[in-house]
Ligand binder design. Structure first.
Ligand code: GCU
Length: 761
C-alpha cells in the first residue's frame, strides 16, 4: 500500500512541475546555439522517469523524455555531445533514483567543511533575498543529472522547520524546480520538543508521531515537490533515539511515515559512532560502528527509508577499505555517501581529483552480484530506492568550490551517479574539454594532473591505509600525526616505538574484519593477502615489516613521501606550460594554487618522515630525512626583533621551531655558505589568518622578492596548517652573500618564519 502511494504522489508532483523543466531545456538548447526549429521535445512516459532518447528525424533532433526532467537531461546530453564533438547518445536512463548533493550550510551563512566561500542559500539566520546563485547551482546540478539537494547542515538547526523558515525555503525550491532538483532538509530529531513544545521527542510516542505528520503536511503545503528529510542522530553530539532507548529504525520510521503519504523519503545517516571511546582498550574500534549499529536492524526500516553510508568505515579519508555495512544489508535501501568538498583531501588548496578513488569504491565487490554500485542501485523489489549522495558544500566563490580545478569532483560525482560504469579517464577528459577547451596540450596536461593527483596527495599525507595524518581535532588540514591517538575520537593509528597500525583482525584484533563476508574477510585477515595500500588499516606491524613490494614499512613511508612531494613540485611546472593556451585569470589562479600545494607537500613530507624517523629510531637509508643541505633554520639566523617560537606539533616545523616577530618590523639574516651559482631561494613562513604580514627578501642590499601573507588558512598559530613556501627562482649567489628577510606583522599575523632553503637549480 505504502509503495503504491509513493509512486502515485511522485507522478502527481511530476505533472505539476512539468513545464518549468521543459522551458529550461528549450532555453539551454538555444543558449548552446541550436536553432529553435532544429530541436523538438516530447514526453513519452514509457521511457521511464528521468530517462531520455535522442533521435534524428530529418533535419530535426527529437529529444523524448520519460518526463520533463528526462527531456531536460536529454537537452544537456545533446549539448554535451555537441561540445565534445561526440556522437549523440541514443537512449539513457539514470543508474539510480537518488542522485543528491548535501550542503552543510548553516543559517548564518557559514558552511561546515566548506572551502568555496559563503552560503548561496543563507545569511544572518534567513534565506538570502537574492537566490540567483542558488538557481545557477541547480542548473549546474541538472547538467550532470543530480536531482536532489539538501540545503542545510546535517548538524541541523532546529529553526529550519519553523513556519516562517519553511516559507523562505519554499523560495529555494522555486529556483530549483525548473532544473528538476528537489529540495530536502536535514532536521533535528528533537524538533517535536524544541520547536513543537512537546515534553518529549520519543519516536514511539503517539504525540511525537503526530507532530512529525503535521509538520510533513505543512512542509508539502509550502513545497509540493519536497524530496524528504535527512537525519543525523546519535552522532557527534546530536540527539537521537538512544535518549529513549529506541532504535535507529524507530527514529527513521516515525519520520518516514510522516513523509510517505507525500511520496517523500527519509535518508538516515549511518555515520553513527561513539566519540568518547576508551582508547586504552585495544578491542575498541570506531570502524566497527556503522555495521554494529545498523546491521542488526535489517528488515526493520520502512520502504521509504534509505541509509546513507559513507564509503569507508571511518570518515572520508584519502584511502579506506569500503564500509562493510554496504555489503552487509540485503533488504535495506542504501545510498553511498561520497565527499566532494575536500575535507581530508586538501580542502581545495590541494588538487585531489577523487574519481579514481570513487571508482575503486564503486567497483569493490562483496561477492557475486554484490559490487558496491550494484548494491546501491535501488530499483529492485526488496530495495526500490538507492543511489548516491555527495557532500558538495559549494559556496559563493566564482568557481563554486574555491578552486578552478576542484569542480571536476562535482562533475565526476554527478556523472558517476548517472552512470557508475564511466571511467575516471573519460570523466576527466569530458570535464577538461567542457571547461578548458579542446586544445590537445591543454587536455593532456589537465587530464594528467587530475588523474595523478589523488595518489600523489595520498602518498605525501599518509599511505598504507593510515588515513590522512592530519590534525583530526581541528582543521583536518595540515599534518598532526598524534592528534589521532589517545583520545575518544577513534581515528587511532596505534603507533609506538616498535610498530604501527590498527590490528582489526578477528584472530587478534578488534574483529572488524569479520564484518565482511568470508571471502573478503579472508583477504584482509591475513598479512599475506592484505594489499599494501591498506596494510596499516588492518594490521599492526613493526616498522621493519616488509611489504609485498619488498621495502620495509618505514623505508616505504620515506620513499613514498619523497616521491609524491617531488611529483607535486612538477604540478606547477607542467601547468606553467599552458600559459597563453587558457584564459589568463584562471591560468594565474591555478598556477598560484599548484605552487602553494607544491610548498605544502614539502611541509607534509618533512612532518611525516621526521615523525617516523623519531618514533621508529630507524634512519632513512637514503639519508634524506633530517638532513637538508642548503636549509638555514630561522631560529639559528641572526635575528633582530624576531623571537624563537616552539611549534606544536614539533613535526610541523623544521627543527620543531620557528620565529615570530614581536615588533613593528623584524629581520632574520644569514650568510650564504655554499658555492657560487644560480639557486632557487625558498622561504618557509607561516601565513596566519586575520592579517596580511608583509615580507621582503634581500640578497646583500638587492631586493630578491617581496610578498604578502594573505591566505586564510585554517589555524591561527604557526603550525602545519599555516606553513607556506615562497620561492624566488634563479637567484645568483656567491659564498658570503648576506640573505636577509624582513617581516612586517599585521594584526594577528606575526610574520612568522620557519627556514630559508637555498636549492641548487
Ligand atoms: C565529519 C565532519 C563533520 C561532519 C561529519 C558528518 O566528521 O568533520 O563536520 O559533521 O563528518 O558527516 O556528519
Amino acid at each position: 500500500m505504502l509503495r503504491v502511494l509513493v509512486i502515485l504522489v511522485a507522478l502527481g508532483a511530476e505533472l505539476w512541475a512539468q513545464s518549468p523543466a521543459l522551458e529550461s531545456a528549450a532555453r539551454e538548447c538555444r543558449r548552446a546555439g541550436f536553432d529553435r526549429a532544429a530541436v523538438a521535445f516530447e514526453v513519452k512516459p514509457e521511457l521511464g522517469r528521468e530517462s531520455f532518447s535522442i533521435e534524428r528525424n530529418g533535419k530535426k533532433t527529437v529529444i523524448a523524455g520519460g518526463d520533463s526532467t528526462g527531456v531536460l537531461y536529454g537537452a544537456f546530453a545533446l549539448i554535451r555531445a555537441k561540445q565534445l564533438h561526440e556522437t549523440l547518445p541514443k537512449r539513457e536512463t539514470p543508474y539510480a533514483p537518488i542522485r543528491w548533493v548535501n550542503q552543510w550550510d548553516n543559517l548564518d551563512g557559514s558552511i561546515e567543511r566548506g572551502y568555496g566561500g559563503r552560503s548561496i542559500f543563507f545569511a544572518n539566520g534567513a534565506v538570502l533575498a537574492d537566490l540567483s546563485r542558488a538557481g545557477e547551482y541547480a542548473r549546474l546540478l541538472a547538467s550532470v543529472g543530480i536531482n536532489g539537494c539538501t540545503v542545510n547542515n546535517v548538524n541541523a538547526d532546529v529553526r529550519v522547520l519553523s513556519p516562517e523558515f519553511l516559507k523562505q525555503l519554499a523560495r529555494i525550491a522555486d529556483v530549483f524546480r525548473p532544473w528538476g532538483v528537489r529540495l530536502s532538509l536535514a532536521v533535528d530529531f528533537a524538533s517535536p520538543q524544541k520547536l513543537g513544545g512537546l515534553d518529549t521527542f520519543d519516536p514511539l510516542d503517539a504525540r511525537v508521531a503526530e507532530w512529525w505528520k503535521e509538520k510533513a503536511d505543512e512542509v508539502y503545503r509550502e513545497i509540493p515537490d519536497f524530496a524528504g528529510f535527512v537525519l543525523k542522530a546519535d552522532s557527534e553530539g546530536r540527539v537521537g533515539p538512544s535518549a529513549y532507548h529506541r532504535t535507529h529504525a524507530d527514529a527513521a520510521n516515525v519520520l518516514a511515515r510522516a513523509l510517505a503519504p507525500h511520496g517523500g523519503i527519509l535518508v538516515y545517516r549511518a555515520f553513527v559512532y561513539n566519540h568518547h571511546m576508551d582508547w586504552r582498550d585495544l578491542k575498541n574500534d570506531r570502524a566497527r560502528a556503522a555495521y554494529d549499529n545498523f546491521h542488526p536492524l535489517e528488515g526493520a526500516f520502512d520502504p521509504n527509508v534509505v541509509l546513507q553510508i559513507k564509503y569507508g568505515p571511518i570518515d572520508f579519508q584519502a584511502r579506506e577499505p569500503v564500509s562493510p555495512l554496504i555489503g552487509g544489508l540485503a533488504q535495506t535501501n542504501e545510498a553511498l555517501e561520497l565527499q566532494i568538498t575536500q575535507e581530508y583531501t586538501g580542502q581545495q588548496r590541494h588538487l585531489c581529483f577523487l574519481a579514481p578513488m570513487w571508482k575503486q569504491v564503486l567497483d569493490f565487490s562483496f561477492g557475486p552480484g554484490a559490487r558496491v554500485k550494484e548494491l546501491v542501485a535501488g530499483k529492485t523489489h526488496d530495495r526500490p530506492l538507492g543511489g548516491f549522495v555527495g557532500v558538495a558544500n559549494v559556496g559563493n566563490s566564482p568557481n563554486w568550490l574555491g578552486s578552478d580545478l576542484a569542480p571536476a569532483n562535482l562533475y565526476a560525482f554527478g556523472r558517476l551517479a548517472w552512470n557508475p560504469n564511466l571511467s575516471a579517464e573519460q570523466i576527466a577528459q569530458e570535464w577538461t574539454e567542457l571547461n578548458w577547451g579542446r586544445n590537445a596540450k591543454v587536455v593532456r596536461t589537465v587530464d594528467d594532473l587530475l588523474l595523478r593527483s589523488w595518489r600523489v596527495y595520498e602518498h605525501y599525507t599518509g599511505p598504507l591505509g593510515l588515513g590522512t595524518l592530519t590534525d583530526i581535532l581541528h582543521g583536518h588540514y595540515g599534518p598532526n600525526i598524534e592528534s589521532a591517538e589517545r583520545n575518544g575520537w577513534g581515528q587511532w593509528i596505534r603507533a609506538d616505538h616498535e610498530g604501527i597500525g590498527m590490528d582489526r583482525t578477528v584472530a587478534t584484533g578488534t574483529g572488524f574484519v569479520g564484518q565482511y563476508p568470508p571471502a573478503v574477510a579472508r583477504v584482509y585477515e591475513s598479512l599475506a593477502t592484505t594489499p599494501d595500500d591498506l596494510l596499516l588499516f588492518f594490521h599492526h606491524v613493526p616498522y621493519t615489516y616488509r611489504l609485498h613490494s619488498g621495502e620495509t614499512v618505514v623505508q616505504y613511508v620515506y620513499d613514498s613521501h619523497y616521491a609524491a612531494a617531488h611529483e607535486a613540485q612538477l604540478f606547477p611546472q607542467e601547468w606553467a606550460e599552458l600559459r597563453g593556451l587558457v584564459d589568463e585569470t584562471r591560468f594565474e589562479r591555478v598556477l598560484a594554487q599548484l605552487t602553494y600545494q607544491a610548498g605544502h607537500a614539502i611541509v607534509w613530507r618533512d612532518a611525516i618522515t621526521n615523525w617516523f624517523a623519531r618514533e621508529s629510531g630507524i634512519a632513512d637509508e637514503k639519508g634524506r630525512v633530517g638532513h637538508y643541505p642548503g636549509r638555514y633554520e630561522a631560529e639559528k639566523m641572526q635575528l633582530d626583533g624576531y623571537v624563537e617560537y616552539d611549534i606544536t606539533p614539533w613535526e610541523d616545523a623544521s627543527g620543531g621551531k620557528g620565529v615570530v616577530c614581536k615588533s613593528a618590523s623584524c629581520t632574520a639574516a644569514l650568510v650564504f655558505q655554499g658555492g657560487d651559482g644560480r639557486y632557487d631561494l625558498a622561504v618557509q613562513y607561516f601565513d596566519l589568518p586575520g592579517g596580511s604580514a608583509k615580507f621582503r627578501l634581500r640578497v646583500n642590499e638587492r631586493e630578491a622578492g617581496a610578498w604578502t601573507g594573505d591566505l586564510e588558512l585554517p589555524s591561527k598559530i604557526p603550525n602545519g596548517d599555516t606553513s607556506t613556501r615562497y620561492t624566488v627562482k634563479d637567484v645568483r649567489l656567491r659564498r658570503g652573500d648576506r640573505i636577509r628577510i624582513e617581516g612586517i606583522p599585521d594584526g594577528p599575523d606575526s610574520a612568522a618564519l620557519d627556514y630559508v632553503e637555498v636549492c641548487p637549480q
